[in-house]
Design a protein around this ligand. Structure first.
Ligand code: ATR
Length: 278
């Protein structure tokens, strides 16, 4: 008799192009963990019913993607601190007592990509984050826990940047501002968390934002340089990274939350990168 494999899945809408089954499939074969990971298209108003059904029929854990991260936050019986701060859940785990814990591994994934894979330092650095939406809220706690000198959150709607600065100030030095206030103060690390690049747009950034040795990171990724990274490259920046490593990093942290095992990230990033450009 063979033991049934533990069941995991990603819920989203749309879901057809999700890379999570590929990523977790590679993690499972790497580590020898006996698990199956599938993707499931969930109707917009059916998240809670689908999640309940999944866990009632033996499912052990879920990843949650657009547009269900807030539904998952509501669905969880308990939340981790980082999920509470993010205001969103991308990882659900069935606990031994039958309760469901909600976590958020997006920020950990980004910070581990920046520090471990890129080898960039956050500690003691001046960090600028562009945008103040859900994606940015999800990364501020792990970012501030690296002890940067300062995190500035710049946003088109300044009130949203100010609100995030207020929310996260207990984790470190953080300030909100508008894009027009950025001139004259170069940053060591600039992270683009706006959704502007989806439509090929860039926030209005001053030309003196970067200095010698500055690093630029985009939470988005693609086969080609993102608009933001293209902007940075044109200004002489050579430390450029897109969010593919963040995607694999958040998956690795979810895998660790579920299985207690840390998979290797680099070979999976390389595999995904080669499929992006082919
Ligand atoms: P996400 O979950 O991707 O973060 P979101 O919560 O809708 O999505 O946030 C989108 C972010 O991108 C916001 O910071 C938004 O700025 P506003 O808060 O002012 O709306 C930013 N954004 C989107 N399009 C933009 C553009 N064309 N220029 C500058 N910022 C833009």
């Amino acid at each position: 008799m063979t033991m049934a494999e533990d069941q995991y899945a990603v819920f989203g809408n749309p879901i057809a192009h999700s890379k999570s089954p590929d990523i977790h499939g590679q993690f499972a074969s790497q580590t020898g963990e006996a698990l199956q990971y599938t993707k499931q298209l969930v109707a917009e108003d059916q998240f809670a019913a689908a999640a309940r059904e999944f866990f009632a029929t033996g499912g052990k854990g879920l990843n949650i993607t657009v547009p269900f991260k807030l539904d998952a936050y509501e669905f969880a019986d308990q939340l981790t601190e980082r999920a509470t701060n993010a205001g969103a859940v991308n990882t659900l785990k069935l606990e031994a007592d039958g309760s469901i814990i909600g976590d958020n591994t997006d920020g950990f994934g980004m910070v581990s990509d920046i520090t471990d894979n890129q080898g960039w330092t956050v500690k003691g650095k001046r960090v600028l984050v562009l945008g103040a939406g859900g994606a940015v809220r999800g990364v501020l706690q792990p970012l501030l826990e690296q002890n940067p000198e300062l995190v500035v959150v710049a946003n088109r709607t300044v009130a949203k940047a100010d609100a995030l600065a207020e929310q996260f100030k207990r984790y470190g030095k953080i300030a909100g501002c508008g894009f027009d206030e950025l001139s004259g103060q170069p940053f060591d690390l600039v992270i683009n968390g706006t959704s502007a690049s989806l439509s090929g747009d860039l926030p209005p950034l001053p030309d003196d934002l970067l200095a010698e040795g500055s690093c630029c990171y985009d939470m988005m990724y693609g086969a080609d340089l993102t608009v933001f990274l293209h902007w940075a490259k044109e200004r002489g920046c050579s430390n450029l990274a897109d969010g593919l490593g963040m995607l694999v990093g958040q998956a690795a942290e979810s895998f660790f939350v579920w299985r207690g095992v840390r998979p290797e990230i680099t070979p999976v990033i390389l595999s995904l990168r080669s499929k992006l450009s082919s």
